[in-house]
Design a protein around this ligand. Structure first.
Ligand code: FAD
Length: 333
C-alpha cells in the first residue's frame, strides 16, 4: 500500500471542507471496499477522511409521512435488523441480509455500499493491462476473457463490468433518493441517476462531484413495498455475490390484478437496473406462470450476452417468475 494521510471529521461540514482542500482524497466509512482496493493497488488516494466520527449520520427512522430516512453511516446490519424496515420495505432488509458476511455487514455503511466498485477480476487485478475502468483507454480484457460474472444490460463496447450491490437493487425498485453535501452545498439526487452507464467513460461510475459526501438515503412510503421480497441466486448459499437477483414489490387489487408493481434486477447489469417495460406489462394483470414469464422476458429483452454469461438470460427470467409467484403467497399484515 502507498503512504497516505488520515484525517478525522467530526461533523458533515468539517468533512466536506477537509476533502475540498485536496485533489486525490477519499472518504472512508467501513473501509471494506476502499482498503481492499488500496491493498490491490487499484485505488491510490493520497488523503483519507475518516467520517465515522461524524455525528447524526447513522440514524434510521421513519418520518411522519411514512418516508424512510437512513443516514449514510448506518451499518448494513443495523438497517437489515430494523423492525420498521423489515415491515415496511422487506426487500430492502433482505437485500442487506443476503449481502456479504455478518462481520462485513457490521462494518460496512450504507453510503459505502452505494459506491462499492465492480468485482470484475480484470478491474481488481492490476496484472491485467486492459481495463478501461482502471486505466482509461487501455481496452477491456473481459470482452473476450472469462466473462461469466459480467453484465448483459447497460453494457458498452468499452466496459461490461457488473454492478455488484444487492442493496442498490432494492433501492432502485423503491424509487429512493440520495441526499448529499459538498463545499458547494446540499442536493438531492434520484437514485436512478446516481450510477452512470459505462458508455465511453467507464471510469466515471456515478454523478457525484469530487468531495461530495452522501449524507442519507431516503425511501418513499409505498403500499407495494409492504408486499416485497429480494430473491438472490448465488453459486453458494451465503457470502457470495448475486448471479441473478430480483427486488420485487406488488400492490394487488381485491380481484387479484396488479395495481402497482416495482421490479429491479441485479447480477446482470452495469448499474442497478429497473425493469420498467416488465412493470408496464404487468399493471392490470394477474400474476401467474405465463404473465411472470413474459415479465421476465421483457426484463432481459435488451440483453447483450457474451460467451460465458448467456445462461443468465434464462436464469434471470426464472428468478423473476419465482419472485413474482412467491409474492402472491406472502402474508401481508
Ligand atoms: C468479501 C466481500 C463480500 C461482499 N459481498 C457483498 C454482497 O454479497 N453484496 C453486496 O451488496 N456487497 C457485498 N460486499 C461489498 C460491501 O457491501 C461493501 O464493501 C460495503 O458496503 C462498502 O461499505 P463501506 O462503508 O465499507 O465503504 P468504504 O470502503 O468505506 O467506502 C467505499 C467507497 O465509498 C466512498 N464513501 C463511503 N462513504 C461515503 C459517503 N458517505 N459519501 C461519499 N463517499 C463515501 C469511499 O470513499 C469509497 O470510495 C462484499 C465485500 C466484501 C469485501
Amino acid at each position: 500500500m502507498r503512504p497516505f494521510t488520515l484525517l478525522h471529521a467530526e461533523n458533515p461540514s468539517d468533512a466536506v471542507e477537509i476533502v475540498a482542500g485536496f485533489e486525490n482524497a477519499r472518504f472512508i466509512a467501513g473501509g471494506t471496499t476502499l482498503v481492499d482496493l488500496m491493498k490491490l493497488g487499484v485505488e491510490k488516494p493520497e488523503h483519507i477522511i475518516n467520517i465515522n466520527g461524524v455525528q447524526g449520520l447513522n440514524r434510521i427512522h421513519v418520518e411522519g409521512d411514512g418516508t424512510l430516512r437512513i443516514g449514510a453511516l448506518a451499518r448494513m446490519s443495523d438497517v437489515a435488523d430494523n423492525e420498521k424496515v423489515q415491515k415496511g420495505w422487506p426487500a430492502l432488509s433482505q437485500s442487506l441480509w443476503k449481502g456479504a458476511s455478518a462481520q462485513l455487514r457490521n462494518m460496512a455503511s450504507i453510503g459505502g455500499n452505494l459506491l462499492q466498485r465492480t468485482r470484475c477480476p480484470y478491474f481488481r487485478d492490476t496484472a491485467f493491462q486492459h481495463c478501461n475502468k482502471r486505466v482509461p483507454g487501455s481496452g477491456c480484457d473481459a470482452m473476450e476473457g472469462h466473462n461469466r460474472e459480467t453484465a448483459l444490460l447497460g453494457v458498452s463496447q468499452h466496459c461490461i463490468a457488473l454492478h455488484p450491490s444487492d442493496l442498490c437493487v432494492s433501492l432502485a425498485a423503491f424509487d429512493a433518493r440520495i441526499e448529499t453535501l459538498s463545499a458547494a452545498g446540499s442536493r438531492v439526487i434520484d437514485f436512478a441517476d446516481l450510477h452512470l452507464l459505462p458508455c465511453a467513460t467507464p471510469q466515471w461510475e456515478n454523478c457525484l462531484h469530487p468531495g461530495e459526501m452522501i449524507t442519507a438515503v431516503v425511501v418513499p412510503a409505498s403500499s407495494a413495498a409492504r408486499r416485497s421480497l429480494y430473491l438472490k441466486v448465488r453459486d453458494r448459499q451465503s457470502y457470495q455475490f448475486a448471479v441473478t437477483s430480483v427486488a420485487a414489490a406488488v400492490e394487488l387489487l381485491d380481484d387479484g390484478r396488479i395495481r402497482d408493481v416495482k421490479l429491479a434486477i441485479g447480477g446482470v447489469a452495469t448499474k442497478p437496473w429497473r425493469a420498467k417495460e416488465a412493470e408496464r406489462y404487468l399493471i392490470g394483470l394477474r400474476i401467474d406462470e405465463s404473465t411472470a414469464l413474459e415479465a421476465g422476458r421483457l426484463a432481459m429483452s435488451g440483453a447483450e450476452p457474451r460467451r460465458d454469461n448467456a445462461f443468465k438470460i434464462t436464469l434471470m427470467q426464472r428468478t423473476i417468475v419465482d419472485a413474482l409467484l412467491q409474492l402472491l403467497r406472502l402474508e401481508v399484515a
